[in-house]
Design a protein around this ligand. Structure first.
Ligand code: KIV
Length: 284
């Protein structure tokens, strides 16, 4: 009897803690259309997924940044589809209502649309709502192929970590006019191919703002300024537990917070209110 009462209490507490409706792609589009900023964070396991979801994060990105953050690697290049599937399943089991995006790792979509579909299926079977892949131009037909087969896709332009060696290191992209024009063309092609979201990384704030205003789909910035439709940060960066010098576009939300959940709630509130990022501090 006592045990049943305890169970009921736990279930009721969980419902009170998080009774928001599941975030869907439709809802993200509505937020974009109404000007409500989208708050996204990376997430790699069930424990953090529960905290982030309860704190009101709209979307959890199971990023291949786990190669650096969890595995201590220099780049994301060695992360496998099996590892991404494992972490995606973990996040999905801890999450109740946030929109879950899983990264397609290096080598899982470059070869052919068929290979991309096969690997995207492994992530969707773990409960991902959407997959993300990096690059523009050559990726548009792959995005179209996946979208036509019922797989929502998030594109990723600007600095694309899987191309770190080709790009000559961690550098801001789209700085000059011709690079900004190519970025804009790639973004438009990806949106036309059916991409539902675009992550834009390390791009001058003015370029990102213009691109966001020109596109019909939500643009989620990381180091791309305040003018984007939403923001994403690597969870461990915004909690201040990544070693070394933080990137210019990161704010440590644990500074002045008494718990992880409080820090994440502040992140969500600051993104929604347009207080983070501050282009003068975090922008390029
Ligand atoms: O893998 C990742 O965490 C990402 C973000 C940096 C956007 O792609």
């Amino acid at each position: 009897m006592l045990e049943i009462a305890g169970m009921c209490y736990l279930l009721a507490t969980a419902a009170i803690m998080n009774n928001r409706k599941p975030v869907t792609l439709h809802r993200l589009r509505e937020m974009h259309a109404s000007g409500e900023k989208i708050a996204m964070l990376t997430c790699y396991d069930a424990a953090f997924a529960r905290i982030l979801d309860d704190a009101g994060v709209d979307s959890l990105l199971v990023g291949d940044s786990l190669g650096s953050v969890l595995q201590g690697r220099q780049t994301t290049l060695a992360v496998s589809i099996g590892e991404m599937a494992y972490h995606t399943g973990s996040v999905v089991r801890g999450n109740r209502s946030a929109w879950v995006i899983a990264d397609m790792p290096f080598g899982s979509y470059q070869e052919s649309a068929e290979a991309a579909m096969r690997n995207a299926a492994l992530l969707m079977q773990q409960g991902a709502h959407m997959v993300k892949l990096e690059g523009g131009g050559w990726t548009a037909p792959i995005v179209r192929f996946l979208v036509d087969r019922g797989v929502p896709v998030c594109a990723h332009l600007g600095f694309t970590p899987q191309s770190v060696h080709a790009l000559g290191g961690y550098r801001v992209q789209g700085r000059d006019e011709s690079a900004a024009r190519i970025l804009r063309r790639h973004a438009e092609e990806l949106a036309s191919a059916g991409a539902g979201l675009l992550v834009l990384e390390m791009v001058p704030a003015a370029v990102a703002r213009e691109l966001t205003n020109a596109l019909s789909i939500p643009v989620i910035g990381i180091g791309a300024g305040q003018g984007c439709s939403g923001q994403v940060l690597v969870l461990h960066d915004m909690l201040g537990i990544t070693g070394g010098e933080p990137f210019k576009f990161v704010r440590n939300f644990m500074d002045g917070s008494t718990s992880i959940e409080a820090a994440v709630r502040r992140y969500v509130a600051d993104v929604k209110a347009g207080r983070f990022p501050d282009d003068a501090v975090h922008g390029f």
